[in-house]
Write a protein that binds this ligand. Structure first.
Ligand SMILES: [Zn+2]
Length: 432
């Protein structure tokens, strides 16, 4: 297990109690992602259902506040933690003979579910990496993508919106791209409440997730501004605690809009200057303003600014990102490493990696170690084992200082793989 899950990630995972607001008419239930149930005279409107494993917990929490039938279920988007834990609600409807609820989603959500059908195993594999520290080994997968509740009301197109009234309360739904292409957010004027889905997640926006498809910084900023115009008093984020008071809601939406404009516009400016990714990336790190670094909602505890630079670059750029023709059809990295090792023995590189490590240049040390690790013919060589041990040590040190949960999991997953490899080497050694 990763030892470091900071306070912010406790909130992100919803490890805090359910609550109500607006005279108990809005029920806020955290279960990794948040569910918000609106209790009207004619029944419940539910914005987002949780991850399947927490479906019963969320159902029980909602039912501890209200016993009215569920009339609408809205998917903020079709990710596994927002659209799959509907089971107990539907079971109850069948048992009691109530009418089935309307299920509202954007048309791109239906495309997403179709994508899950063909890429189910791949997404399991991704999630086991992205959530390596909490998914454990051999546990059941978090998504059964083919078991989705089909939407009955579908928002179509780029500028779509939809509204309905239940029990005298108006519900206004809007589509904006951001984290996904199927995002829907909700404005309930009578309750002065906005439900954002994952457009706000109590961390720097999850915009450049290393495993995931393209995301949209400019559209994200525009969504924030449209939400801000509603002047809401409550903001239900996709993950994390309820945000209360007009000032705080406005501040969170404004700063998120601002940072998304910033990362978008600064990357675009550099693309127009004919710069390649590496230069853009390092320049962007230099110019990141203090006001964003310091703002609580932009802490890079899940997504982070570094990932956002990648996302923006990828939005407009192809995969040839170095400007060096050597990289167009490159050789295998193992072959390159072997050639470099032919020039000098592995122990020389290992010694140099140790020196870099002692100088605190951990990332450079990793690159040098990879020459030894990738290029070693002799799998029994002591130098290979020592290189792996140093790499393991460096990865674990990086985990300790890394803020982003996603980055931590990638580093930790790599460390575990090295541990396995070291055990295999030990076994081979014992056999010989
Ligand atoms: Zn989510």
């Amino acid at each position: 297990m990763v030892s470091k899950i900071n306070e912010g990630m406790n909130d992100w995972f919803g490890w805090f109690p359910a609550s109500t607001f607006e005279d108990n008419t809005c029920i806020f239930v955290p279960s990794m992602a948040n569910t918000c149930a609106f209790d009207t005279k004619e029944g419940l409107v539910i914005f987002d259902v949780p991850i399947r494993q927490f479906a019963q917990k969320t159902f029980d929490e909602v039912r501890s506040y209200s016993n009215k039938p569920v009339k609408y279920i809205i998917y903020s988007h079709g990710h596994f933690d927002h659209a799959f834990g509907y089971g107990p609600f539907i079971e109850e409807i069948r048992k009691k003979g109530w009418d089935m609820p309307e299920v509202i989603a954007h048309e791109n959500c239906i495309r997403r579910f179709e994508k899950y059908e063909i890429l189910g195993k791949y997404h399991d594999w991704i999630n086991k990496q992205q959530f390596a520290s909490v998914s454990g080994r051999g546990r059941s997968s978090v998504v059964s993508a083919h078991e989705t509740l089909k939407p009955t009301i579908i928002l179509r197109g780029n500028e779509s919106s939809y509204s309905f009234k239940l029990g005298g309360v108006n519900f206004e739904l809007y589509h904006d791209k951001g984290e996904t292409e199927d995002s829907i957010w909700l404005w309930v004027p009578e309750k002065k409440t906005i439900c954002t889905g994952d457009l706000i997640v109590s961390s720097f926006p999850n915009i450049g997730n290393p495993f995931k498809v393209q995301r949209y910084p400019k559209d994200w900023a525009i969504a924030m501004e449209r939400m801000r115009d509603k002047n809401a008093e409550y903001l239900v984020p996709g993950h994390g605690r309820l945000i209360e008071s007009k000032e705080k809601v406005k501040d969170v939406l404004s700063i998120t809009a601002e940072v998304m404009h910033f990362v978008h516009d600064e990357v675009v400016k550099r693309l127009n200057e004919g710069k390649w990714f590496e230069q853009i990336y390092y320049e962007m790190l230099e110019i990141y303003p203090e006001k964003f670094k310091k703002h609580k909602i932009l802490r890079g505890i899940y997504g982070c600014y570094r990932f956002a630079i990648h996302a923006t670059y990828r939005l407009y750029h192809g995969w040839y990102d170095s400007g060096n023709p050597t990289d167009l059809f490159p050789s295998r990295t193992d072959d390159i490493a072997r050639e470099i090792l032919n020039l000098n023995s592995g122990s020389v590189y290992l010694e140099h990696a140790n020196k870099l490590y002692s100088e605190g240049k951990l990332q450079l040390a990793l690159h040098i170690l990879d020459i030894v690790i990738k290029g070693s013919y002799d799998k029994n060589a002591k130098v290979l084992a020592d290189a792996l041990k140093l790499k393991l040590k460096i990865l674990r040190e990086k985990v300790k200082v890394e803020s982003s949960f996603i980055a931590i999991n990638i580093l930790e997953k790599g460390a575990r793989q090295i541990k396995t490899k070291l055990k295999e080497l030990q076994k081979i050694k014992e056999k010989d």
